[in-house]
Design a protein around this ligand. Structure first.
Ligand code: GLV
Ligand code: MN
Ligand code: MN
Ligand code: MN
Length: 411
């Protein structure tokens, strides 16, 4: 058993307090990157980082860092903990925030306990992890890791026509440093699983050893608008119908295969979008994921071939724009082992697993040894206001995080 444990009340009350920041008039929690709600969430986080007496830095892509370093360890590469506080639309309160606030809690606990660590510890809240307003997702950590240029990221145009760089300036989070903070000695991210595995198996801790590949595309189908009452079925060039065919193709193909491939169409818009007009244009997104790099490529190719056949058969123009493309990631086996040991030390069962969701850890893994800790999500529900993890599991995960960073900081 470890000598110190986190302050459970402080962690839980912060999770609930941050979960109230950015609720709209209908009570829906939405903190899209660069929005006023994001600013309010960031301001609250910064107040807590100050309260914990951490050095605060904001880099040029808006990533926020809270750093604890002492005279004796300041020159050493830090152990970095991170996640995000931006959300999807109508979100739950745990996705991302749990990891950031647990990192802060772990650091604060260690400081209060008078621990003297061999390395600095920093907590990061990365900009635009969700990618709902600006693609690609995991943008702040991607820029940090050198996978996307700062200028390109700042120039990203959002779904609402806004520009990320301007929004960061407007809300006061276009920092002067970096991007990034420094090359970490190691990176650990604690997150709710957002899937059903841990709950189903009754295991409180996931030691995440890999993360599946992600392919995001936007597809536009151009047909011809015409009168819904007068145009015979045989004479239509109906972009809406063609989009529905693509949705059916993706769903049926992923369902019928014996692989973990998943496919989602989460956004769709018809033009002119009227009850009595055949759609002239359909624009929709495709989110394809698979833990196997070759299979993900094959799924993309199958979709491309289907679109080509459909364009010919329905006499339409179909174009595809890539929004994000990330290969599957294998995390650092040594840190995965340390997570398992830490769980054991707390008397908790753990399970090695794959992450179905995207996380900042997959970007930081490009520049530092990285791994993740998961805790169970009740009903496997996430990206939904009903997202829930039991307090005991939240506290257990944060204590495992504390033990892991203490171990890594001693190296
Ligand atoms: C982000 O939450 C993602 O995995 O899509
Ligand atoms: Mn997340
Ligand atoms: Mn998410
Ligand atoms: Mn995510």
């Amino acid at each position: 058993m470890s000598a110190v444990s986190i302050n459970a009340d402080r962690l839980l009350s912060r999770i609930h307090a941050l979960g109230e920041v950015g609720r709209d008039g209908d009570g829906r929690l939405t903190r899209l990157a660069g929005s006023d709600a994001d600013k309010a969430g960031r301001d609250q986080l910064v107040r807590w980082l100050r309260e914990a007496d951490l050095e605060i830095a904001v880099d040029r892509i808006g990533n926020i860092f809270g750093v604890w370093r002492e005279a004796g360890n300041a020159e050493k590469a830090p152990v970095l903990i991170g996640s995000h506080i931006d959300t999807v639309i109508d979100a739950g309160i745990y996705d991302g925030c749990y990891g950031v606030l647990s990192g802060l809690e772990a650091i604060q606990t260690l400081r209060e306990a008078g621990a003297a660590l061999g390395r600095p510890i920093a907590i990061a809240a990365f900009t635009n992890e969700e990618g709902v307003r600006y693609a690609p997702d995991m943008m702040g950590s991607l820029v940090y890791a050198g996978g996307l240029s700062l200028d390109e990221a700042l120039a990203t145009v959002g779904t609402d026509g806004s520009i990320l760089g301007e929004e960061l300036r407007r809300i006061g989070y276009a920092g002067a440093d970096g991007p990034g903070f420094s090359k970490p000695h190691a990176y650990v991210e604690l997150h709710v699983e957002q899937g059903p595995v841990l709950e189903r198996e009754g295991v409180p801790i996931g030691a995440v050893e890999n993360l599946q590949g992600i392919s995001w595309q936007r597809i536009t189908i151009e047909g011809v608008a015409n009168h819904a009452g007068t145009t015979p079925m045989s004479m239509r060039r109906d972009a809406g119908y063609a989009a529905a065919r693509v949705i059916g193709f993706l769903h049926d193909r992923a369902t019928a295969s014996n692989t973990p491939t998943v496919a989602t169409v989460g956004c769709i818009a018809f033009e002119p979008n009227a009850i009595n007009v055949i759609p002239a244009r359909a624009t929709f997104t495709v989110d394809l994921r698979d833990p196997d790099a070759e299979r993900l490529k094959a799924e993309e190719a199958a979709l491309a071939a289907y679109l080509q056949d459909l364009a010919t058969a329905e006499n339409m123009t179909i174009s595809t724009e890539r929004l994000a493309r990330f290969e599957p990631v294998t995390f650092d086996a040594r840190i995965v082992g340390i997570i398992e040991e830490a769980a054991r030390g707390r008397g908790l069962a753990s399970k090695r697993m794959t992450s179905g969701a995207g996380h900042d850890a997959q970007m930081i893994a490009r520049i530092a040894p990285a791994a993740m800790i998961f805790v169970p999500s009740v009903g496997g529900i996430s990206h939904n206001p009903r997202e829930y993890t039991a307090d005991t599991d939240l506290v257990a995960g944060a204590n495992v995080l504390l033990d892991v960073i203490q171990r890594l900081a001693a190296e």
